[in-house]
Design a protein around this ligand. Structure first.
Ligand SMILES: [Zn+2]
Length: 201
């Protein structure tokens, strides 16, 4: 079985800049900023959401979906799901879902105007997006580890592997003697090219 581990580089050709290219976002997506400046947090958060909603999956996302490759992704843009992939462990969470830490209520993206900050309709607590902020635990991590433990080949696409614990996955695959293939740049052409040669097992 082939499993893909993807990062920002796979969505770069769709027009989503990487984290390193958006230092403002890096400073925004922290637990401390969310707690201390919820209005400023949401102003920037909605900008990010607008960008994600304005782009489309590219040929790399579409190819992984076509071959029904299970995916572990560090991205929160949901482009794998929009491309049609069903098995996606999104370890950094989802931009379009929200939770209330006050009453545990859930919410989705608001229709129409986006409130600053976005509050729980029941208890008026500021809602927290289900994205993993700096200083928080990974999501779907057990699923990611079990996928990495089951694959014969791990195809790593568009991630510099500098972020732990995701960087731990290829290490784990290599240590048990399975294959790790890395595609860093030009994912939208190189991923389809890889599958043109690769016999999906
Ligand atoms: Zn609430």
């Amino acid at each position: 079985m082939l499993v893909a581990l993807t990062g920002a580089g796979i969505s770069r050709p769709s027009g989503i800049p990487t984290f390193e290219e958006q230092p403002w976002l890096q400073k925004t997506l922290t637990r401390e900023f969310f707690d201390s400046q919820p209005e400023a947090f949401y102003e920037r958060y909605w900008q990010m959401v607008e960008l994600m909603e304005s782009v489309e999956p590219n040929r790399a996302h579409l190819t992984l979906a076509k071959y029904k490759i299970p995916i572990i992704t560090q991205n929160i843009d949901c482009l794998h799901q929009r491309a049609g992939s069903e098995e996606v462990a999104q370890v950094h969470g989802y931009y379009s879902e929200f939770i209330c830490e006050g009453c545990q209520g859930q919410a989705s993206l608001p229709d129409g105007l986006r409130p600053i900050p976005y509050r729980c309709p029941k208890c008026r607590e500021v809602l927290k997006p289900k994205v993993v902020l700096y200083g928080e635990q990974m999501r779907d991590w057990e699923r990611a580890v079990s996928l990495a433990a089951a694959c014969d080949t791990l195809l790593v696409v568009g991630t510099s592997l500098q972020v732990y614990p995701a960087a731990y996955l290829p290490q784990m695959v290599q240590e048990r003697g399975a294959e790790v293939v890395v595609i860093n740049d030009n994912a939208d052409t190189r991923v389809p090219a890889f599958f043109a040669d690769y016999q999906v097992r």
